[in-house]
Design a protein around this ligand. Structure first.
Ligand code: DGY
Length: 436
């Protein structure tokens, strides 16, 4: 079990830089990197992409390799899965047998859903660090990114809609966010196979999802497996389909970045295809906006019901490139209120909402990776003070507590897994004074 609070006050920033590099190296598993040993013993999709960003600070070649290995698990239909398994590790549940997704016997086994598509944006970052070294690798990865984005725009959209659906909370990357509570409560877990969780033997159970949630997570896996992972069918008819502001905004940003890469490579027809995605996406923001909480919020695609609380991904609209002045004034007020209420911002869920839980995974804790994305968007829109505040908070949490998976937004204490690669990666790429 982790001790939730380890003071690193005595360490200098230079020590932390070295420690962050060591964490990336220690968690390397050949050509890919584990999120952290024990708790997550495989390659996770968005983890790996943030890790690539971290590697790009000191080993650009290795950064590209991390991206390339993720796509070894890409499905013929285009999906880049949320976990690439490669081997069966008994310390994790649910492993490849439970997912039962034999999409292509020549590729490594994977899970049956995807994860937030930060890859295209990070590929563009890698390329820009050294265009000459990256050109060939960009040429090779580009069609894979295109295929994956097309998968989202066809398989995770309900007819006529524009916001991207998740059909499993694990797909959102924000597993137990209150965003999913109502829709998840509608999933009937009757008939699930008996199972034994492994996560709670690595991490304090009060920092992890509940059994109520896990039963339903498992039901959704069994449901998909029984339908042979037919993604279009799962989105249309499955027990859970919720429009996610996180994936919707991250994909919009990634589409824009993919479009500039297409133009750079002289791929005009790909750029036109992306234009149609971007055009349609403009409506997604309207669909997600919740007037009652002055923020973008998840929305159940089965009944149109909005989530009633503000999650941190609401503020990714800037990162997505959405500017709607009347709405933004209200969104900024919401952000001001949340920054005021949480000394170590940005909490994954509104600290003034009854469902806020400062240590429980995505129900309150602050995550360095989300902070990085929010601040990047705010900075681009000229909200420099707020971007700076979020970066300073991230720096302070890591300086005080170390490289934890997430942090208590009220105290800055670390929680979840320790020696976490994506936190180390964000330190190297953005939070460390070295990047000033
Ligand atoms: C887990 O096992 O907790 C992961 O978040 C699923 O991706």
């Amino acid at each position: 079990m982790n001790k939730p609070f380890i003071s690193t006050n005595s360490r200098s920033n230079a020590d932390l830089d070295q420690r962050a590099i060591a964490i990336l190296r220690e968690n390397e598993w050949g050509d890919y990197t584990l999120p952290t040993k024990g708790l997550y013993p495989y390659q996770w999709n968005w983890d790996s992409m943030f890790v690539a960003l971290g590697f790009s600070e000191f080993d650009l070649d290795r950064a590209w390799t991390e991206v390339e290995t993720l796509f070894q698990g890409q499905w013929d239909n285009g999906m880049a899965a949320h976990i690439v398994f490669r081997q069966d590790d008994p310390s994790y549940f649910p492993g490849p047998k439970i997912w039962g997704s034999s999409h292509n016997p020549e590729n490594p086994p994977t899970s049956g859903c995807s994860q937030p598509p930060v890859a295209a944006t990070i590929v563009k970052d890698l390329y820009e660090k050294n265009p000459a070294a990256g050109k060939q690798r960009l040429e090779e990865i580009f069609p894979k990114l295109m295929k994956w984005h097309r998968w989202f725009h066809t398989m995770r959209i309900i007819s006529g809609g524009a916001a991207i659906a998740v059909t499993h909370p694990w797909e959102s990357g924000r597993d137990n966010s209150p965003d999913w509570d109502k829709a998840l409560a509608d999933v009937d877990p009757t008939g699930i196979q008996p199972y034994e969780r492994k996560d709670t033997s690595h991490v304090d159970p009060s920092m992890r999802p509940t059994k109520f949630e896990y039963d339903r997570y498992l039901k959704l896996v069994e449901w998909g497996r029984e339908r042979g992972w037919d993604h279009a069918n799962i989105t249309r008819e499955g027990p859970f389909a919720v429009a996610d502001p996180g994936i919707t905004f991250i994909l919009m940003r990634a589409d824009r970045d993919l479009r500039s890469l297409a133009l750079l490579l002289g791929k005009e027809s790909a750029a036109h295809e992306i234009d149609t995605w971007l055009y349609r996406s403009q409506h997604a923001a309207n669909y997600l906006w919740n007037d009652e909480i002055d923020a973008y919020a998840a929305r159940n695609l089965r009944n149109g019901q909005h989530a009633d609380g503000v999650s941190s991904v609401s503020f990714l609209s800037y990162y997505a490139g959405i500017a709607v002045p009347k709405r933004d004034a209200r969104l900024q007020k919401t952000l001001d209120r949340i920054l005021e209420a949480s000394p170590y911002s940005v909490p994954s869920f509104d600290p003034e909402h009854p469902k806020f839980d400062s240590c429980r995974y995505w129900r309150g804790p602050t995550w360095a990776i989300v902070n990085y994305l929010i601040a990047r968007g705010l900075q681009e829109y000229g909200f420099e003070e707020k971007a700076k505040r979020i970066r300073t908070d991230t720096r302070k949490m890591i300086q005080t507590s170390g490289f934890f998976e997430y942090f208590d937004p009220l105290t800055g204490e670390g929680a979840g897994g320790n020696n976490f690669t994506w936190t180390a990666a964000i330190w190297l790429a953005w939070a460390s004074p070295m990047t000033d």
